[in-house]
Ligand binder design. Structure first.
Ligand code: DGL
Length: 261
């Protein structure tokens, strides 16, 4: 089999594993992955755009030096500060994410939509422009910073109590505008069984596939194989054996969450 693309994934932490998992399911078998979790600096959601941009620059340069052919910013918060010119300066395609609000509005035109994201994404210019361009009505915005902490601790269940207090009963659809939030679909559903979810994971990987010129396929969901194909870094250091279980746990959770629509 010919040598495939090496794709870098960046997130402040474990949230971007949801996007990596989507890529593993859809991209050609000979693709390999590098995943960079900036655990030295997570969370990003309470940082200024200048701070986030500096951290992102450092991580993207690192992934470029690792030999990645393309890089996905699997983090809505970091993507919100990375404009076209910034992304173009790395010499490899850099794919950014944004909360999938358009998808929610198109698929659920009459519904009450809750857009969840980090505080940094919510106050950012990029989200404001997106909402203006879509003339978005029936949409509320909510930051859920505690979910980032729960995800980083690999503690998904404890979020149930918190999620039962935030008024999810008022909505039909939740836009998961932070990759860490994907892990909590089950707990959100328990707070409102009628909720549907929209995220940008597949759209981002479709964009990546189009950019690098490969077809989308359908691979078997095998997390052990994904772990083998991926080189993990925590900030600038290669992952140590004691850190691997959190990543495996999150990928198993990503697989379960993906099956909840
Ligand atoms: N996973 C990130 C996102 O998609 C941000 C989480 C954080 O570091 O606050 O926005």
């Amino acid at each position: 089999m010919s040598k495939g693309f090496k794709i870098g994934f960046f997130d402040s932490g474990v949230g971007g594993l949801n996007v990596l998992y989507e890529a593993f399911l859809c991209l050609p078998k000979n693709t390999s992955f590098v995943y960079y979790a900036d655990h030295d600096n997570v969370p990003y959601g309470n940082k200024s755009s200048g701070e986030i941009k500096n951290l992102l620059f450092h991580a993207l340069r690192f992934l470029k030096l690792e030999g990645c052919d393309a890089i996905v910013i699997a983090c809505n918060t970091a993507s919100s500060v990375a404009n076209k010119e910034f992304r173009a300066s790395f010499g490899v395609p850099i794919i950014a994410m944004e909360p999938a609000i358009k998808l929610a509005i198109v698929n659920y035109p009459e519904s009450r939509i809750l857009i969840t994201a980090t505080q940094a994404t919510i106050i950012g210019e990029k989200l404001k422009n997106l909402l203006d361009s879509l003339n978005a009505k029936n949409c509320d915005l909510m930051a859920l910073p505690r979910l980032v902490n729960y995800a980083q601790a690999g503690d998904f269940r404890s979020a149930g109590g918190y999620l039962s207090t935030i008024g999810l009963y008022k909505y039909d659809v939740v836009v998961l505008g932070c990759t860490h939030f994907n892990y909590f679909k089950k707990e959100m559903k328990l707070a409102n069984l009628g909720l549907d979810f929209v995220d940008g994971n597949f759209g981002t990987i479709r964009h990546l596939a189009h950019t690098i010129g490969v077809d989308l396929g359908k691979n078997k969901a095998d997390i052990a194989e994904l772990m083998k194909k991926t080189k993990f870094f925590i900030s600038n250091l290669e992952i140590t054996p004691s850190e691997i279980p959190l990543f495996e746990k999150c990928l198993a959770r990503a697989k379960m969450s993906r099956s909840i629509k």
